[in-house]
Design a protein around this ligand. Structure first.
Ligand code: NI
Length: 229
């Protein structure tokens, strides 16, 4: 499933993030790439130990934690601390690649995150740059994604994807991976669709309708069967 999640950051948070990133020390993006994807990767990245990184990560994580649509679609179990990248000038593209399946949490920690879901949170106004589309190839075909600042796209970690060259301006984004409570993309999508329809049903017939109670139970029983927490 590839899903556009709108309004993840408020206008105030976006301004705060941009101010922090403006004074950030950008470095070579290849530091977090695997051997193969390092050959395709040509962008800049905020070093994970930069002074601004912790504050930026906190803003993004807080926004994700309150976003019901994001939660319903991703069912996150563990989220890799968000990273930040910039495309423009001579470092302006990232060719086709698949993200590494397993990521070690930074800081020498032993914990790992299986990258079931990849996320890109767009931070630049799309009118301020040309190119820079995220192109995702998966079972749903090829999709080209360029979103308003503050919006996020989530897509399966299994997808081949790329970022097209930025030919004017700079494309700044946050990107990260998450391990989902539901490993299978297909099962996760079914739960998301069921949850979406349940919300519509609750809005039209009320919370206490017996069918709403029954179907809510079925949703949770499926999550209990498929989920790993
Ligand atoms: Ni990638």
């Amino acid at each position: 499933m590839l899903l556009h999640v709108p309004d993840v950051l408020t206008a105030g948070e976006l301004a705060e993030v941009r101010a922090l990133l403006e004074r950030a020390p950008w470095g070579d993006g290849r530091v977090t790439a695997g051997v193969q994807s390092a050959q395709a990767k040509n962008n800049e990245q905020l070093p994970q130990d930069a002074a601004e990184a912790a504050a930026l990560q906190q803003i993004v994580m807080r926004a994700l934690n309150r976003h019901a649509l994001f939660f319903s679609a991703a069912l996150p179990k563990r989220v890799f601390p968000p990273l930040f990248n910039r495309y423009g000038g001579a470092a302006n593209a990232f060719g086709n690649h698949v993200d590494n399946a397993v990521r070690y949490l930074p800081g020498g920690r032993a914990e790992r995150v299986r990258t079931d879901v990849s996320c890109t949170l767009f931070l630049s106004d799309p009118a301020s740059y040309d190119g820079g589309d995220l192109v995702v190839e998966d079972t749903f075909g090829t999709r080209s994604v360029k979103l308003p600042a503050g919006d996020l796209v989530l897509y399966p970690g299994t997808s081949v994807h790329r970022v097209e060259p930025v030919t004017r301006g700079f494309r700044v984004a946050s990107f990260f991976w998450l391990e989902s409570m539901v490993r299978s993309d297909e099962q996760r999508r079914l739960l998301y669709e069921m949850d979406t329809q349940l919300m519509r049903l609750r809005a039209s017939v009320g919370e206490t309708d017996p069918a709403v109670i029954g179907l809510t139970g079925t949703y949770h029983n499926l999550l209990r069967m498929w989920g790993d927490v």
